[in-house]
Write a protein of this length. Structure first.
Length: 114
């Protein structure tokens, strides 16, 4: 079992920056990849970015060049979000996968508005 806890959400103006953190606990040695998903109001959950245990990362086209994912150690996952837009408003979820199971955090709200 892996437990995930996100933090760092909040209200930010368009063009601003925000950093989200996710702390993993439990069987963290079993984690293969980690990711950030988001669910905008009234829409489906979507993949934002992921990073593998080998350090490979990829991004949704909508956030390329603006968001950066990093995993500084086995327990922590960070999403640096720059040049935020209104359409980035969503609940952001941390995800971890151990080849068998997807684990999810409870989500953190990000609102981009003036």
């Amino acid at each position: 079992q892996v437990q995930l806890l996100e933090s760092g959400g909040g209200l930010v103006q368009p063009g601003g920056s925000l950093s989200l953190s996710c702390v993993a606990s439990g069987m963290i040695g079993s984690i293969n990849s980690m990711a950030w998903f988001r669910q905008p109001p009234g829409k489906e959950r979507e993949l934002v970015t992921f990073i593998t245990s080998g350090g490979y990362s990829n991004y949704a086209d909508s956030v390329k060049g603006r968001f950066t994912i990093s995993r500084p150690n086995a327990k922590n996952l960070v999403l640096q979000m720059n040049s935020l837009k209104a359409e980035d408003t969503a609940v952001y979820f941390c995800n971890a996968n151990d080849y068998k199971v997807d684990y999810w955090g409870q989500g953190t709200q990000v609102t981009v508005a003036s």
